[in-house]
Design a protein around this ligand. Structure first.
Ligand SMILES: Cc1ncc(COP(=O)(O)O)c(C=O)c1O
Length: 456
């Protein structure tokens, strides 16, 4: 990463506390200042141009210069910069956005509740699961299960579901009533001789056993990303969600699909739930919902859950939750325009045309000496780095293989992200062209070649 001994760097070091950053290293290195964007590219403050190969944080689906979104924000700011949704109030963009979301939602979701981020969506979904079970007279049914290496955000409850040591160590997480089950990554956790389907059966059996051990009447919900993103880009093994959903149904356990990364086309369909046959009771989304031009997230819920809330309001007098900025009219206007662009520009059709090429170039990387597995779906991919391709042995933690590799790749002016398990995440803007995809993979190969020399 470039060291920038300029005034921005000095002021940053003096005043900014950076999330998900090694603060000790930051003191030496200073910030990587991004100043502007254009298409799939961003520029730093020395005017170096980079491909944003992770769409910022898996979020800028429409790239960095979509004028329709700028105009939607400006128009709404001029007309009504703020109003809220408390106590029967409503705004036109929130009404229209809610209708549009339910029209494209998977399964039988019928209501939308707007928030400001993915973590807030997940936290709210947890609250709703607890509230629902109290409302229907099952106050013991409260435990929530997530998967090891699942990523669901950082707030106290969402951070408890994020089963990654870096997000929990020394934060006193997880809170109680949270359980973790096995990670559905066949390459890393499948046993020798086990088929993908048998691996999925084994994980479903383990989940069933865990639920039985806990007492099914105390288990409320299971949360899953259709494709596990920040924990290491892990696509589910064949038949996984079919088998998991069978177990959940057996014990009346709700399913929360966390679509914060997968939603809005990332896996090649509108939702990861569509790609993997998931029928969620609740769905959380954010990120590409506004192409990240404005902070917004949502929880969508099924009619039976909503009806229990209505009944509870009769009893308690109010649905007792709300965020000042939940359903911010400017954020809603930007999200609404984003969904219209996805439709007008036929983003799903574009993905059909280009994701085959993306997956082909990704798969070719499995031949690289550093890559154990190249996996992905739609326009998301992960490269799991290994020291030994045959044994799948990983590099010692101290060699920081994926960090080294992404720094070498950054030297090729391509931004990718190191993830747990020595995986490199690739998740470019949805508007990318075939030629730009080639550019990403050519640069990745050059970076990996350099990393190999550095690591051996
Ligand atoms: C699946 C998933 N859920 C929740 C979150 C949290 O979203 P946010 O960072 O907007 O709070 C993320 C963030 O990457 C995510 O990937």
């Amino acid at each position: 990463m470039p060291h920038l001994p300029n005034s921005h760097a000095t002021v940053d070091l003096a005043f900014s506390l950076h999330p998900y950053t090694n603060l000790a290293v930051h003191e030496d290195r200073g910030p990587f200042v991004i100043t502007r964007g254009e298409g799939i590219y961003v520029y730093d403050d020395l005017e170096n141009k980079y491909i944003e190969g992770l769409s910022g944080l898996w979020c800028t689906g429409l790239g960095y210069s979509e004028k329709r979104l700028v105009n939607a924000a400006m128009t709404q700011m001029n007309q009504l910069p703020f109003s809220h949704s408390f106590a029967h109030r409503a705004t036109v963009p929130v009404i229209e956005l809610s209708e549009k979301l339910i029209n494209i939602a998977p399964g039988n979701l019928s209501k939308v509740y707007l928030v400001n981020s993915g973590s807030e969506a997940v936290d709210t979904a947890i609250k709703m699961v607890w509230y629902y079970h109290n409302a229907i007279g099952k106050p013991e049914k409260k435990k929530i299960i997530s998967r090891k290496r699942g990523y669901h955000g950082v707030t106290v409850a969402a951070g408890s579901l994020t089963a990654l040591p870096y997000a929990q160590d020394d934060w006193d997480l997880p809170i109680n009533r949270i359980l973790h089950t096995e990670t559905p990554c066949y390459y890393r956790y499948g046993e020798s001789g086990e088929t993908e389907e048998a691996f999925a059966t084994r994980l479903a059996d383990i989940l069933d056993q865990q639920i039985t051990n806990e007492d099914p009447d105390t288990v409320a919900a299971f949360i899953a990303e259709p494709v596990m993103g920040a924990g290491g880009v892990m696509t589910p093994p064949k038949t996984y969600f079919e088998k998991i959903q069978k177990v959940l149904k057996k014990y009346n356990i709700l399913l929360i699909a966390d679509e914060v990364i997968c939603g809005f086309g990332r896996t090649g369909n509108m939702w990861g739930s569509d790609t993997y046959g998931i029928k969620p009771d609740l769905l959380t989304c954010a990120k590409q919902m506004s192409s990240a031009y404005f902070p917004i997230g949502a929880v969508m819920l099924s009619e039976p859950i909503y009806q229990s809330f209505v009944e509870n309001s009769r009893k308690l007098g109010v649905f007792g939750t709300g965020n000042t900025y939940g359903g911010h009219p400017v954020a809603a206007a930007v999200a609404l325009e984003t969904l219209k662009i996805y439709e007008d520009d036929d983003i799903l059709g574009h993905l059909v045309n280009i994701s085959g090429h993306f997956q082909k170039r990704l798969a070719e990387l499995s031949k690289h000496k550093l890559v154990g597995e190249a996996r992905g779906v739609g326009l998301i991919g992960g490269l799991e780095l290994v020291a030994n391709k045959k044994t799948r042995k990983q590099f010692p933690e101290a060699s920081k293989a994926s960090v080294t590799a992404t720094e070498k790749i950054l030297g090729q002016n391509l931004i990718l992200r190191p993830l747990p398990g020595d995986v490199i995440g690739i998740c470019p803007p949805l508007i990318i062209t075939e030629q730009e995809i080639d550019d990403i993979f050519d640069r990745t190969i050059r970076g990996l070649d350099e990393a190999e020399v550095a690591l051996r």
